[in-house]
Design a protein around this ligand. Sequence first.
Ligand SMILES: Nc1ncnc2c1ncn2[C@@H]1O[C@H](COP(=O)(O)OP(=O)(O)OP(=O)(O)O)[C@@H](O)[C@H]1O
Ligand SMILES: [Mg+2]
Length: 345
Amino acid sequence: MAEHIISLQGVTKEFDTKGGKVVALRDINLDIEKGDSYGIIGLSGAGKSTLVRTINLLEQPTEGKVLFDGNLLTGLKGKDLNLHRRKISMIFQQFNLLMQRDALGNILFPLEIAGVPKQEAIEKAKELLKVVDLEERAHSYPSQLSGGQKQRVAIARALASDPEVILCDEATSALDPKTTRSILGLLKKINEERGITLVVITHEMEVIKQLCGKVAVIENGEIVERGPVAEIFARPKTKAAKKLFFPDEENREKAEARTSTKNRLRLAFDESSAYKPIIANMILETGAPVNFFYADLDMLGGEQKGQMVIGLSEDKILAEKQKEYLRKEKVEFIELNEDAEEVAE
Ligand SMILES: Nc1ncnc2c1ncn2[C@@H]1O[C@H](COP(=O)(O)OP(=O)(O)OP(=O)(O)O)[C@@H](O)[C@H]1O
Ligand SMILES: [Mg+2]
């Protein structure tokens, strides 16, 4: 059985404010497996930052338990807590670098705190600068670095304590799309090559798409939907998820209603491809919705050949993209026109 590196059990967080009690998190139950790249997506004020801050006990939950690697963190204090906390690093939207230290000095900081001998620390920090592809900027100060470079320094600093988990709170929200892609690529590499678990907080579905395998949708302090990214994308159930995943559409139902009945395909799945969530991935890759008209039950067993009728996007370009995807995946399909006359592909 997979191990849970992080487990939140019945976590509730209330803040007392002048205006009264604010419930930021309500009975959160969340298990994250070792090596996961787990996304938590929600609109502003949903409770994302509070959630991520309870994982490393920067925020003490009002109720519930937080476990890290099987150890109960809630209730621990001081040294006992710090022992575990050292295994959890964090990166932020605003980078939070020390302005009076250069890049190397920033990466050295956690190593100094941990009491690593100076020479060893310098070597490690230099090595980490290489990992984030910033060797040449060792002696640049944060004010001399671009946003993307600053986040690379912050990532190197996060890696310095050999963490098991990196918590990312809107790590790319201050960056342009191209820089965002390169930072997400770096994080993905760290997750895959080093097996470091990522918890990725964001309000952008692009981040989830590029970086995460699983996702939880949070709304008003509650997790309303969760699962593998491809599945949630293919069939978001809650309004919150639909809004986040298809922000350009007023809502997904309307988008689905617009998948014209003219633009239908009959797909044939063979044994091997039936296992793969091809349609889910097609939706993910093209960003366009699909209508499901019919699916052969045998296909669900995954044993026999199966077939399925889907409606493509009404948008011609998107529909073409969808077909291209199917061709790439070597899914046999036949286009059905309005009179259900079959046009062989
Ligand atoms: N220290 C605090 N004191 C009082 N209320 C707080 C505190 N921190 C958060 N809150 C409240 O808890 C709720 C959740 O806030 P949180 O910062 O977790 O949201 P978020 O999802 O991270 O939002 P954003 O996307 O804007 O960063 C909000 O209503 C917020 O006002
Ligand atoms: Mg936040």
